[in-house]
Design a protein around this ligand. Structure first.
Ligand SMILES: NC(=O)c1ccc[n+]([C@@H]2O[C@H](COP(=O)([O-])OP(=O)(O)OC[C@H]3O[C@@H](n4cnc5c(N)ncnc54)[C@H](O)[C@@H]3O)[C@@H](O)[C@H]2O)c1
Length: 363
């Protein structure tokens, strides 16, 4: 009934990936490399130190270019020289709190950067499939208990969420104006929830904050323990992007629309559930406490309806939230022990792809 990634499809495909130096981009670049795709990345330097991109030596198996998507000429020249079969656009300023401090930079990267990437795509003669990665936060959040469906209005309270709502509107306009014939590339957008996984060092994200505190044997200070998010392991939405890209490539316009990739209902859990699980599985030195300072507005409740991806792409989440959290603890312990992060990441990708069970935690 449900399908898996098709490695044969990716073998030898030319994939242009923006944001390959970031957290999700690094995992995706490794996955594509492992299936034999020819990958060209375009992004600014890794956004954190350390970064998965460096720790897992992601550049080793691909053509990696450091560049800015706000520079139209640069992205056009890079993409047209490579002439990809598939484009996956995930370069962005992805942080809500940073977007309050730097709204102009957030909009210029997330909105005009997307325009520039799609302009470059118009000039690539072999391109057949484009996936634009946005977020669950692109929806107008009504703080209700139901999951958002793909046909609900775009919105966004804070500059980050709103910029991604705008990027969705840009995608819609480019689809109906330029990518609208059987001969043009098919353009879809993908909306995923909060991703978690080994090797994330971003600021103001729950798992990296937890890991930083646990490593120092300090309590992690939490601002919003009751906030509920669609948590999912990073490989879950990435598998959705890959399955969607394959359908766009082989079936064309029938799949050129918005798609949600979120967790199962039982894995939409409050922050405190994650904390308690992580404290339990990390071992000595792990604890958390409440941050009592006033905080900027953040959505409390956000859930995606994933029935469309299940019905039409035959995609479904594979790992439960507990399995995802265990895989993170495992990855992080390997890294702290100075073991090969590239090997460990590829091993987790392989396990996910083959559907074999995760090893028990082995510190
Ligand atoms: N991490 C999450 O929980 C999550 C959830 C939903 C959606 N997303 C989306 O997934 C994508 C990747 O997110 P991530 O978590 O890997 O973020 P990240 O910060 O780790 O990576 C962002 C990437 O974008 C690149 N980038 C930023 N500004 C750029 C610019 N002006 N020009 C070129 N490259 C630029 C960075 O260099 C990096 O490669 C983003 O589009 C984000 O909005 C992330």
């Amino acid at each position: 009934m449900f399908e898996a990634i098709n490695p044969t499809f990716w073998q030898g495909k030319k994939v242009f990936l923006t944001g390959h130096t970031g957290f999700k981009g690094s995992w995706l670049a490794l996955w594509l490399q492992s299936m034999g795709a020819s990958v060209k990345g375009f992004a600014l330097a890794p956004p954190t130190t350390p970064a998965l991109f460096n720790e897992a030596r992601v550049a080793e198996g691909m053509d990696s270019e450091i560049g800015d998507i706000r520079d139209l000429a640069a992205i056009i020249s890079s993409m047209t020289a490579f002439n990809p079969d598939v484009l996956i656009h995930m370069a962005a300023q992805p942080l809500v709190r940073l977007s309050y401090r730097e709204p102009v930079e957030t909009y210029s990267t997330n909105v005009m950067g997307t325009v520039n990437v799609l302009e470059a795509a118009r000039q690539c003669s072999n391109l057949k499939a484009i996936v634009n990665v946005t977020t669950d936060k692109c929806y107008e959040n009504r703080e209700w208990v139901w999951g958002y469906r793909e046909n609900e209005p775009m919105g966004g309270h804070d500059p980050y969420s709103n910029s991604k709502g705008c990027a969705e509107l840009v995608t819609g306009a480019y689809r109906s104006s330029f990518f609208n014939t059987p001969d043009s590339a098919a353009l879809a957008s993908a909306r995923a929830g909060n991703v978690i996984g080994g090797g994330d060092w971003a600021e103001d994200r729950l798992i990296p904050d937890i890991m930083r505190a646990f490593e120092k044997r300090q309590p992690v200070v939490i601002r919003n323990p009751l906030a509920t998010r669609p948590w999912q392991h990073v490989l879950e939405p990435l598998s959705g992007y890959l399955m969607l890209a394959e359908k766009l490539y082989t079936e064309g316009q029938a799949y050129a629309e918005g798609w949600n990739f979120g967790p199962r209902d039982e894995d939409v859990q409050p922050v405190e559930w994650i904390l308690d699980h992580m404290v339990g599985s990390w071992g000595a030195g792990a604890s958390w406490e409440l941050d009592t300072n006033p905080q900027p507005h953040e959505a409390q409740l956000l859930k995606l309806d994933i029935s469309k991806a299940a019905a039409r792409l035959k995609w479904q989440p594979r790992w439960s939230l507990s399995q995802a959290l265990n895989s993170i603890v495992d990855w992080q312990h390997h890294w702290l022990d100075n073991r090969d992060a590239r090997k460990q990441s590829l091993k987790q990708i392989n396990k996910y792809q083959s559907g074999s069970p995760l090893d028990s935690i082995n510190h």
